[in-house]
Design a protein around this ligand. Structure first.
Ligand SMILES: C[S@@+](CC[C@H](N)C(=O)[O-])C[C@H]1O[C@@H](n2cnc3c(N)ncnc32)[C@H](O)[C@@H]1O
Ligand SMILES: [Zn+2]
Length: 266
């Protein structure tokens, strides 16, 4: 995928181990193969996004196959819509979902995440694809670059997504549903408050074609319980008692419940 300079928005060209724009802004290709296009101004903390621990926990959990039904649904749906062209995954994490999707469809993939640790892990493992450390708020690619945009358990920025998608491009959005991981939640919280959650949003500039529920049961044990927990936003909210109960849990049977919203750019 063609890249643009995050500082002046001119085209970037690869020269040896870096990407350079006509104004001589230069961005190194890291040893692992990813490109860091996050400018200091775009960083709101020293190390934004998921930490190395979160990235490793996510990889261990996903690679064990617990969430395979989500990847399978993504692949089936992309095949159903006859997706062709370039895939762009926003908030790609360590790359497990989008690498599988791209490889199943034999399509080129660019993954983007604000976490350097996440793209480092993605690039080290899935060398055939392009991985960028960048912000979803300013995606460093020209308008109309992608045929399929994905954001899985990550953020949605309709205006920027609209810009980078080509005409009739598709956007696959996976959101957790209200009843996602109730088993885990009932361990870590004293009381369960089910917040009203809009898992089927309307997006300006997009037509929603369908919403596919993905719901399945799974059982995790030992360290994988901790890995699952680290993947969730609950990691920022857990209290002392909740942490104690979680530590004492040896086996967890739970239900994953999410929605794949399929949007078309209009
Ligand atoms: C819950 S994780 C999901 C990761 C991956 N899609 C998955 O499902 O395995 C959300 C990801 O969004 C990334 N993220 C957060 N803010 C971001 C931003 N402004 N731009 C790009 N990525 C961002 C985080 O670093 C993290 O990897
Ligand atoms: Zn530049």
């Amino acid at each position: 995928m063609q890249l643009i300079c995050p500082i002046c928005q001119n085209q970037l060209n690869q020269a040896d181990r870096s990407y350079v724009c006509p104004n001589r802004h230069s961005f190194d290709i890291a040893r692992q193969g990813y490109v860091n296009l996050l400018t200091v101004q775009q960083k709101h903390s020293l190390a934004p996004g998921d930490t190395r621990e979160q990235v490793l926990a996510r990889r261990a959990f996903l690679e064990a196959g617990f969430y395979a039904p989500i990847a399978e649904t993504l692949i089936k749906t992309a095949e159903k819509y006859g997706v062709a062209g370039e895939i762009l995954d926003i908030g790609c994490g360590e790359g497990w979902y989008s690498a599988q999707l791209a490889d199943a469809l034999h399509l080129p993939l660019t993954g983007l995440d604000i976490s350097k640790e996440a793209v480092r892990a993605a690039a080290a493992k899935y060398k055939q694809h392009l991985w960028l450390c960048a912000t979803a708020a300013h995606i460093p690619v020209p308008e109309g670059s992608a045929s399929l945009l994905t954001s899985l358990f990550a953020l949605t920025l309709p205006e920027e997504f609209h810009r980078v998608l080509g005409e009739n491009g598709l956007y696959f959005q996976v959101l957790a549903a209200q009843d996602h991981l109730l088993g885990l939640k009932s361990i870590i919280y004293d009381e369960l408050h089910l917040k009203e959650k809009d898992s089927v949003p309307e997006l300006p500039g997009f037509e929603r074609l369908e919403s596919i529920p993905i719901r399945f049961d799974f059982t995790v044990e030992g360290e994988q319980i901790r890995n699952l927990f680290s993947m969730t936003p609950h990691v920022f909210r857990i209290g002392k008692e909740g942490a104690r109960r979680l530590n004492e849990t040896a086996v967890l049977s739970d239900t994953a419940s999410c929605v794949l919203n399929v949007f078309r750019r209009v």
